[in-house]
Design a protein around this ligand. Structure first.
Ligand code: HXC
Length: 520
């Protein structure tokens, strides 16, 4: 065998060895838990044959606790780049078969390398997490590694889309990397995120919980909002990441790719003319309206199970990516509370950072009041959404379907927050508050002094009618130019698309500043 042939077979052998991670036994253990390995996940996510791996031969340099005796090529993370549907992405996948995917300084350096490349070359970065956290044997070095990684997450924020897939444990300070990224996806039953596990929780607070109850996918997707997506299986998770990417641009200087559609721009939906119930307190399903107006009825929802009184997600309109924000009258009458405000604000800011126009569908009775909301700082949290819309410079098209009251009217992308095109349906009701509340405030004295209940009722009905005639329609706002047109509901798709096309060249500045001071 020539020296060159021997060299090449050595390379092949080292490569094959590295591909085995922590060895067959640990790979089998991973499979027994119903989990894929890092390499299997990458293979599922990237286009076939597109993976370009880096740092396959990196090894840790730790000599504590006998670590010098155990070395694995690659050191617990697989990193590189590849394509998804032909588009470049950078990727890292933690390999649980090597020291439980725990983070060493060398592993952190591998991750930082691909993150730096992603930022420099303007491509999304996807992290697949499956790790026991900081590598205990490395002490402060491992913590420094996390610090380096977090700093990259921060520098990349708003420059390239960052997506975290949680495919196993993600505990301790490690959870802050996903929290700094744009979207976090968890897999039900096999992934969890928490600051400390159930054992520590029990010793500190006495509370007894399981891992799933403390930080499983359903908890974070529905209660805390930490996870934007909860996938049923790893395959489902991979598919969701791919779908999400299809709506996003490569970086903040590009537009999301156009997706050709057969769905006619001028498709009308007669059902929309009848969807608003006569009774203003009766709900209807906002999902129907969203799906009716977007291309091919295809809506990709974000935060589906969290703060369901507001709906956010991506769709295409005439092939172009849009971010949809819509109040959901079916849940809590579509009221804005703390969680709904935070959820929508984060989504609006993401869309604005990545040049994705916003389409807002409004039916909001106001902000939720009461001690629970006040103590939880609804004032500051509501201001987040106000701020997000006010600072957003992407095209903003708003359609008011029914109620748009008080502060919530202003917040939901009104004209004065530099809304570009604001339409209203004939059923729109743009006012300081609803008729019942207004009459009770304005005429409470008259009603109190009325001697007979019939007289009280008469005053109430008379004033309510007066208020309804004046405000329970879109024309007060239209007369003043606060909305641009009253449109027939069946034409909404067509009108919104035409507005978006018109706004394609939009250029809008905000005053120069170091950075804003969003009410956190
Ligand atoms: C070194 C680790 C490790 C770690 C796991 N391993 N976590 N090695 N550092 N943090 C190793 C185990 O020793 C074992 O090695 C292998 O990974 C698999 O672990 P098991 O415990 O056998 O697996 P499992 O039963 O599935 O349990 C997984 C686990 C558990 C729940 C993640 O390993 C665990 O609780 N690990 C510690 C989690 C933790 O507290 N991390 C520190 C968080 S603080 P062998 O050789 O036997 O296969 C933190 C600070 C970050 O991360 C701060 C950032 C600012």
């Amino acid at each position: 065998m020539s020296i060159q042939t021997e060299n090449i077979s050595k390379l092949v052998e080292r490569r094959n060895n590295a591909k085995m991670g922590g060895g067959q036994k640990r790979i089998d253990a991973q499979h027994e838990k119903g989990k894929y390995t890092a390499r299997e996940r990458i293979a599922m996510l990237l286009d076939k044959g597109s993976f370009e791996e880096y740092d396959m031969f990196v090894q840790h340099r730790c000599t504590n606790f006998g670590m010098e005796k155990s070395h694995y090529d690659g050191d617990g993370v697989v990193t590189g780049c590849g394509t998804i549907n032909g588009r470049l992405v950078y990727i890292y996948a933690q390999d649980f078969t090597v020291s439980g995917g725990s983070l060493s300084i060398t592993m952190a350096q591998k991750i930082c390398k691909v993150m730096d490349m992603a930022i420099q070359n303007g491509a999304p970065c996807i992290g697949l997490n499956d790790s026991g956290g900081a590598r205990i044997q490395e002490g402060i070095d491992a913590l420094a590694g996390y610090g380096e990684l977090f700093e990259r997450n921060i520098l990349a924020s708003g420059v390239i889309p960052q997506i975290s897939g949680i495919f196993g444990p993600c505990a301790g300070g490690a959870v802050y990397s996903p929290a700094l990224t744009d979207f976090t996806l968890m897999v039900k039953n096999t992934s969890y995120m928490f600051l400390t596990g159930p054992a520590v929780v029990k010793s500190v607070t006495g509370e007894q919980v399981t891992q799933e109850e403390l930080g499983g996918a359903s908890v974070h997707a529905s209660k805390s909002g930490v996870a934007h997506f909860a996938a049923d299986t790893e395959e489902d998770g991979i598919l969701k990441i791919k779908t999400l990417l299809s709506f996003l641009p490569q970086n903040n200087l590009e537009e999301a790719p156009k997706v050709p559609t057969e769905d006619s721009v001028s498709r009308v939906d007669d059902l929309l003319n009848e969807i608003i119930p006569d009774n203003p307190n009766k709900p209807y399903d906002m999902y129907y309206i969203i799906r009716s107006i977007v291309d091919d009825h295809n809506f990709f929802e974000v935060h589906q199970d969290y703060a369901k009184n507001i709906i956010v997600g991506f769709a295409h309109m005439n092939g172009r990516s849009v971010g949809i924000v819509a109040n959901q009258p079916k849940i809590l009458a579509g009221v804005l509370d703390i969680n709904a405000s935070r959820k929508a604000a984060r989504f609006v800011r993401f869309c604005d950072a990545f040049n994705i126009p916003l389409v807002t569908l409004v039916d909001v009775p106001g902000f939720l009041c009461g001690t629970q909301q006040e103590y939880g700082a609804i004032i500051v949290n509501g201001a987040k959404l106000l701020y997000a819309y006010g600072e957003a410079t992407v095209p903003k098209v708003t359609v008011t379907l029914r109620k748009s009251y008080g502060g919530a009217h202003i917040v939901m992308s009104c004209k004065q927050l530099r809304g570009d095109i604001n339409y209203a349906w004939p059923s729109a009701n743009i006012a300081v508050m609803g008729a019942d509340g207004a009459v009770n405030v304005l005429y409470s004295k008259d009603m109190k002094t009325a001697e007979e209940p019939e007289e009280k009722k008469r005053i109430f009905e008379e004033k309510k009618k007066e208020y309804d005639d004046l405000f329970s329609n879109p024309y007060q706002a239209a007369q003043k130019g606060y909305i641009d047109d009253v449109i027939e509901p069946r034409n909404t798709r067509f009108r919104v698309i035409r507005a978006l096309e018109q706004l394609q060249g939009k250029r809008q500045e905000i005053p120069a500043k170091k950075h804003d001071n969003l009410p956190l």
